[in-house]
Design a protein. Structure first.
Length: 227
């Protein structure tokens, strides 16, 4: 059994994805150690969740820094100081400067509420409805210098109903996000996933397409086999 993976979590809001990771660790299904939770918003729910769980939590305010780069340098210096093996963006809502992202490429992942490469950026639920899509979902991907464009590791899908609103889609997708993120972090914790110049490798073999979250909470490969 490898040593628990040291992770840092970046979050800006409510923190339900962080809570899901903490719960999975508590349940014994996620062998990680929380090195710290970092935020750009001092009053966000994620920081309270971290503190309640006894995880070191730090917020820096963008307003206290000269520009975006100065803020990112300060925040990521603090992140680096706790020596995480993996950085998990779980509802972190700021764009990170490319020079900073590049330093962490291959060891920073993000959860995004769309089936990437569709709907990068904001207001994904609203845009899915406006386009008339019948399927929506969430993706966990490596963070690269281009926004929401890094290699996708795994996705969760939900059907879009006739009566759906942006709010109902967000609400219905969220529990799938929680399972998806925990399952993906689990792959890292078990040292099974790695970035390559050609895409994501799982157990040393290149994934032909992102893994999919099945109804039972497990990740499946393109052939439906358990990842
Ligand atoms: C989640 O839905 C996540 O996918 C989204 O923010 C929410 C955070 O919720 N992330 C993005 O939109 C990133 N562009 P949480 O604070 O309850 O985990």
């Amino acid at each position: 059994m490898p040593a628990p993976l040291r992770i840092a979590v970046l979050a800006s809001g409510r923190g339900s994805n962080l809570a899901a990771l903490l719960a999975a660790r508590e349940a014994g299904s996620l062998p990680v150690e929380f090195a710290g939770v970092f935020s750009d918003r001092a009053a966000c729910g994620a920081l309270s969740i971290a503190r309640d769980a006894g995880v070191p939590a730090l917020a820096l305010s963008p307003r206290d820094h000269f520009d975006r780069l100065a803020f990112d340098e300060a925040l990521f210096a603090a992140v680096e100081a706790v020596q995480p093996a993996l950085i998990v963006c779980a509802g972190y809502m700021r764009i990170i400067e490319a020079v900073v992202v590049e330093r962490f490429e291959g060891r920073m992942i993000n959860i995004h509420p769309s089936l990437l490469p569709a709907y990068q950026g904001l207001r994904t639920h609203e845009r899915v409805l406006r386009a008339g899509d019948r399927v929506h979902g969430a993706s966990v991907h490596f963070v690269s210098a281009e926004l929401d464009a890094g290699a996708v590791i795994a996705q969760a899908r939900i059907a879009v109903g006739d009566g759906d609103t942006p709010e109902s889609l967000a609400r219905r997708l969220l529990p799938h996000e929680h399972r998806l993120l925990a399952a993906c972090v689990g792959l890292f914790a078990r040292r099974r996933v790695a970035p390559t110049p050609f895409g994501v490798a799982l157990d040393g073999a290149l994934l032909q397409e992102p893994l999919r979250l099945a109804d039972d909470g497990t990740l499946r490969d393109a052939a439906g086999g358990r990842a």
